[in-house]
Design a protein around this ligand. Structure first.
Ligand code: GLN
Length: 193
């Protein structure tokens, strides 16, 4: 049976677990290196990326996760999780896994529009728009040649991308009732049927 780990150092890991368990997928919390055993994929939740990086270092998870990401282990980062996956960050970001060939700008919408919701066209999920929740969200500013952009804001800014077995969303699918991004991660990225 499939088992998905959810990095549980800080942030909205409980919401991610609940969203997966609604699909009858079992999950477990990852806090220390031994927790990585027996997993089929890892979710890196939203939260505060600078705090999560600090905790990744003190827990000893940073190096094992960097190695797993390099070896093609399936990972999905939402919001702060996307920041942790990125190879390049703006001057406020602290590099973490440096796995995905994207440049990311933190808190890209400023204080005035801290949080917002938008219906996004995401062709990989079908024709029905996806109702996306953005909370102090980052954006993708630049992508490498091996990266596919999965979703853009109406002005063209990329907010979801995939590179091999790495998936990144600037928004929070775990806060919507719609399970299509979870299914995409399980079916397309992990190859689970
Ligand atoms: N603004 C946060 C950061 O830069 C990310 C916000 C989120 O994960 N919802 O780490």
């Amino acid at each position: 049976m499939l088992k998905i780990g959810v990095l549980a150092l800080q942030g909205d890991f409980r919401e991610h677990r609940e969203a997966m368990e609604r699909l009858q997928v079992s999950t477990s919390e990852v806090r220390l290196p031994p927790d990585l055993g027996g997993l089929d994929g890892l979710i890196i939740p939203g939260g505060e990326s600078t705090t999560i990086v600090r905790l990744l270092r003190s827990s000893g998870l940073l190096e094992p996760l960097r190695t797993l990401a390099r070896e093609g282990f399936p990972m999905w980062g939402t919001c702060a999780g996307m920041i942790l996956l990125a190879k390049r960050l703006d001057e406020t970001g602290i590099p973490a896994l440096e796995a995905m060939d994207i440049s990311v700008r933190r808190n890209a919408f400023g204080r005035q529009v801290d949080s917002f919701e938008a219906d996004l066209s995401i062709p990989a999920l079908g024709d029905v728009p996806f109702h996306a929740v953005f909370i102090r969200a980052p954006v993708i500013e630049d992508i490498g040649p091996a990266v596919d952009v999965l979703a853009r804001l109406p002005d063209g800014t990329p907010v979801a991308a995939r590179e091999g077995r790495l998936l990144a969303t600037a928004f929070h699918p775990e806060l919507s009732d719609d399970s299509r991004v979870q299914r995409y991660f399980l079916e397309e990225v992990l190859g689970w049927r």
